[in-house]
Structure formats: structure tokens, C-alpha cells
Design a protein around this ligand. Structure first.
Ligand SMILES: CC(=O)N[C@H]1[C@@H](OP(=O)(O)OP(=O)(O)OC[C@H]2O[C@@H](n3ccc(=O)[nH]c3=O)[C@H](O)[C@@H]2O)O[C@H](CO)[C@@H](O)[C@@H]1O
Ligand SMILES: C=C(OP(=O)(O)O)C(=O)O
Length: 426
């Protein structure tokens, strides 16, 4: 297994291009199942997750043309050859479960394994299943698989989510595009990736309105057509590099950043004493910290537009070297503090109490071997390693490769000293 060797202490200076958003790209890829015409996605991030999903789509019969190193992906689901999504492919990633509704909409039936994804809590799929059942799907969960059929076809429904789940909102929205009549989703999630998906589906002929608010209305259509769509930029990747620059110090400009989607994070960085120049028109975010110590700031993760759970680990890494004590509350997932003991190996002073972590900022971190436990936890260790004195080795970086495109190249271009080492974990 590969690992990263980071020599910390260097400031970051330069420009970093922001890639297409993993969490948007995955659902956009699934949308190809809803039409027999070709879909072209541009600004595609080449990641372990997007490549795995391409393999699952191929298993279902989708023709995928996406050469290595290219950011344009062509998907053609003219004819599906299977409606079974096997465990080996679905277990690797949460978003793959979203093929279930589109397969039912397209073929009338489907068998899809229960999903995997980052191990950050129980992560049930009850809200996904309730939505599909409300639309007329007959579902059975057996041997780790959901077996589904809609003999009479899918019908529009009025669905009130008990919590704003991103995945369930997207799953219901994808499925409802081809259900007969109107679907209303209440207490829907408002994450920007949902708007990106709706924009793509609408350009395929769907009738979706209200995304970005908690009530989404979908009027079902008979058929969807092909389209070309650019994946939105990755707000989590942008936020991660912003925090890397804040932690290491220096002057970094993020090009192609989704500035309007990053309001909560920008506000917290400014509170911590980081200089942030956000230019929405130019899509740039300039992050500067020159010598001044960071101030401790508390944060509570919230659904969008609140502070994203996918940036919580990175913020904890930053706060571990701030002046004072910050309280970090995780309200979305019940077990998303696995980075805390690893950060402590570098000298951070973090005390986890249930859903809260109390972070007492230390004067400096010191390099150490650490283990990546999930995607965002992994990158928090990279941020800490950049700020630490000496050498940090991050093991199990396959998690990192799920969500960060060319991470070492992007950071090294700004003066970081990160090497990928092939072979056994330390
Ligand atoms: C691939 C992808 O886009 N992943 C993102 C997506 O995950 P994902 O779509 O899995 O996250 P959800 O918004 O669904 O999860 C939010 C909360 O709802 C719970 N829940 C969810 C569904 C359900 O049927 N029942 C239920 O109880 C979850 O366990 C969690 O506690 O949104 C999360 C919240 O912004 C992000 O951290 C993930 O990076
Ligand atoms: C939790 C994440 O991904 P997934 O939902 O696929 O586990 C993530 O992107 O941070």
C-alpha cells in the first residue's frame, strides 16, 4: 500500500487549480442510466471513486469512454445488459447505491447491494428506501441486497424527509424525473451538488424546480435525452487547500473555486485571523497568513449552507495549532472523529467527548507516522503534516485517492515537500 512522506515546515505559495467535484460527478454519472442517449461530462475528476463507478456502470451495460488523464467522460446507456449492482462494486462507495432508483425507472426492476463509503457512522439507507416505496417501488432487503420492482411503473409522490439527506434527496430526484406525475420533496437537502445534478437533468429534459431550497418539485417526463454538462468545482477540495495554506502559512490562490458555496468556511477562516480574498466573479479564493498565529475558533457542522462535515477534520487540524481552545461539534455523522487520535500522535491536544472535540491549540506539531482512516480524515493528516516540524508518514492513503486528484502535485507546486512511497505500510 502506498504512503505519503511529508517534510513539514515549508510555507505554501502559488496557485492551485480546483478539480471537478467528486460528490457531484458521481451522481451525474448515475444520471446516464435515465436515458438511451449519450451523456458527456466535462471537468470530471479522475479519482478512485469516479473510476470505480465507471466500472459499475460498465457492468450494467453502459459504454464508458474516459481515457486516462482526460477530464471528459462519455457515457452511453443505450442498452442496459444487467440490473444487478453487485456487492464488490457497491461496497466501495456510498454514491453507487443511487443506481437503484434510476434502474427501476428505466427497467422496472433492480437488485442493488447495500452501500459502503467512508466508515463515519451507521449510515442507513432508510430514507432512500422510503422515497422509492412512496413512488410505488416494491422493495425487499435480503442477503445484503435491495430487490426492487415497480410492475405498474413509478408514480410521483409527496415525500417529507425526516432529515435533509444529500444522498436520499439526489436519489429521489433522479428517480422522480421519469415517474408519472408530480413529486414533491420536503425537508430536502440544499447542498450545491444537488443543484448541479438538477441543472444536468433539466438539460436532459427533466422538469425540476426548487433546488437550493428545502422543497423540490419534479414533474415526471416520459423520456430524457442526452446532454453535455460540466461538473461543478469541488468545494471540499477548495476548502481543504484553503486550510492547508492557512495551516502552513504563505499565499495561495485557488483557481476555479466555487466561492459562493464556501461562505461558512470563509467566515471561519477569517475569524481565525486568515486573510481571505474571495472573488466570486473570477472564481478565485486567495488565502494568506504571514507569520501571525491562528486564533482558536469553534465550529459546529451543519447541512448546507452551514459548515460542511466534509471539512471538519481539516478544520480540526488547523485548530490544533491555533492560539486558545476551540470546540468542534459534529452533528451530521455519529463517528467522524477518527482523525483526532492520529492528530494527537503529531502532538495535538484533542479531547473527544461524544459529538464534541475540545482542541487546545499547541505551539507546534512534530512529525510522526500516522494512519489514514477515511477520506477527509486522511487529508487532515496531510494538512497537519505540512504544518508540523520534521517528517510525517501518512499510511493507508488509498482513502485519499478516493477524493483528491493529484494531491501531491498540486501542493508540491506551491512549495510543499510530499513524496508518494510505494510499498508496505509502516
Ligand atoms: C457521495 C456523497 O455525496 N457523500 C456526501 C453525502 O453523503 P450522504 O449522502 O451519505 O449523506 P447524508 O446527507 O445522506 O447523511 C446525513 C445523515 O443522514 C443519515 N441518513 C442518511 C440517509 C438515510 O437513508 N438515513 C439516514 O439516517 C446519515 O446516517 C447521516 O447521519 O453527504 C454528506 C453530508 O454532507 C457528505 O459528508 C458526504 O461526503
Ligand atoms: C464521506 C464521503 O464520501 P462517501 O459519502 O462516499 O463515503 C466524503 O466525500 O467525505
Amino acid at each position: 500500500m502506498d504512503r505519503l512522506n511529508i517534510i513539514g515546515g515549508a510555507e505554501l505559495n502559488g496557485r492551485i487549480p480546483v478539480s471537478g467535484a467528486k460528490n457531484s460527478a458521481l451522481k451525474l454519472m448515475v444520471a446516464c442510466l435515465l436515458t438511451d442517449q449519450p451523456i458527456t461530462l466535462t471537468n470530471m475528476p479522475s479519482l478512485a471513486d469516479t473510476r470505480f463507478l465507471a466500472q459499475l456502470l460498465e457492468t450494467l451495460g453502459v459504454e464508458v469512454y474516459w481515457p486516462k488523464g482526460e477530464s471528459t467522460c462519455h457515457l452511453n446507456a443505450a442498452e442496459l445488459k444487467s440490473t444487478i449492482a453487485p456487492y464488490e462494486q457497491v461496497r466501495k462507495m456510498r454514491a453507487s447505491f443511487n443506481v437503484l432508483g434510476p434502474l427501476i425507472a428505466r427497467s422496472g426492476h433492480a437488485t442493488v447491494s447495500l452501500p459502503g463509503g467512508c466508515a463515519i457512522g451507521a449510515r442507513p439507507v432508510d430514507l432512500h428506501l422510503q422515497a422509492l416505496e412512496a413512488m410505488g417501488a416494491d422493495l425487499k432487503v435480503e442477503n445484503g441486497y435491495v430487490k426492487a420492482a415497480a410492475i405498474q411503473g413509478l408514480k410521483g409522490a409527496h415525500i417529507v424527509f425526516s432529515m435533509p439527506s444529500v444522498g436520499a434527496t439526489e436519489h429521489a430526484m433522479l428517480t422522480a424525473t421519469l415517474a408519472s406525475g408530480e413529486t414533491i420533496l420536503e425537508n430536502a437537502a440544499r447542498e450545491p451538488e444537488i443543484e448541479d445534478l438538477a441543472d444536468c437533468l433539466n438539460s436532459m429534459g427533466a422538469k425540476i424546480s426548487g433546488t437550493g431550497t428545502s422543497t423540490i418539485r419534479i414533474v415526471g417526463v416520459e423520456k430524457l435525452n442526452g446532454t453535455t454538462h460540466a461538473v461543478m468545482p469541488d468545494r471540499i477540495e477548495a476548502g481543504t487547500y484553503a486550510m492547508a495554506a492557512a495551516a502552513a502559512g504563505g499565499d495561495v490562490t485557488l483557481d476555479g473555486a466555487p466561492v459562493d458555496a464556501l461562505g461558512a468556511m470563509i467566515a471561519k477562516l477569517r475569524e481565525a485571523g486568515v486573510t481571505v480574498d474571495a472573488d466570486e466573479a473570477a472564481s478565485t479564493l486567495r488565502i494568506r497568513r504571514n507569520g501571525t498565529r491562528l486564533k482558536a475558533v469553534s465550529v459546529s457542522t451543519q447541512p448546507h449552507p452551514g459548515f460542511p462535515t466534509d471539512l471538519q477534520a481539516q478544520f480540526m487540524a488547523l485548530m490544533s495549532v491555533a492560539d486558545g481552545t476551540s470546540i468542534i461539534r459534529e452533528t451530521i455523522f455519529e463517528n467522524r472523529f477518527m482523525h483526532a487520535p492520529e492528530l494527537s500522535r503529531l502532538g495535538a491536544d484533542i479531547n473527544v467527548r461524544g459529538q464534541e472535540a475540545v482542541v487546545k491549540g499547541v505551539d507546534h506539531l512534530t512529525g510522526a507516522p500516522v494512519m489514514a482512516t477515511d477520506l477527509r480524515a486522511s487529508v487532515s493528516l496531510v494538512i497537519a503534516g505540512l504544518a508540523a516540524e520534521g517528517e510525517t508518514v501518512v499510511n493507508r492513503i488509498y482513502h485519499l485517492d478516493r477524493g483528491f486528484e493529484r494531491l501531491e502535485a498540486k501542493l508540491n507546486a506551491c512549495g510543499a515537500n510530499i513524496k508518494r512511497l510505494a510499498g508496505e505500510d509502516e
